[in-house]
Design a binder for this molecule. Structure first.
Ligand SMILES: [Zn+2]
Length: 87
């Protein structure tokens, strides 16, 4: 015998950039996919710090559109350059 529950599964319908609010999902993807639960072709900035670090227990998660991610990449590159490291 199977027991069933009438649960509606959570479906991701869009993913928005945490910086500018634009959708990170190309329009044709949204038109051709019922849900975006498996969509992973976008920029994510993520960190979680554990015990002993200066930011003990903090965690960060930012979803980023292509444009904002590129700006972040440029920022990292300029940080590398100012530390004398070339990309
Ligand atoms: Zn953005």
């Amino acid at each position: 015998m199977k027991k069933t529950a009438n649960q509606s599964a959570e479906v991701i319908t869009d993913i928005l950039c945490d910086v500018c609010g634009a959708s990170v999902v190309p329009n044709f993807q949204k038109e051709h996919c019922d849900n975006l639960n498996d969509f992973s072709e976008y920029g994510i900035l993520r960190a979680s710090y554990g015990y002993g670090s200066n930011q003990d227990g903090d965690s960060f998660h930012f979803d980023l559109c292509e444009r904002c991610f590129k700006e972040l990449v440029n920022k990292v590159k300029s940080m590398q350059a100012s530390n004398g490291r070339s990309a």
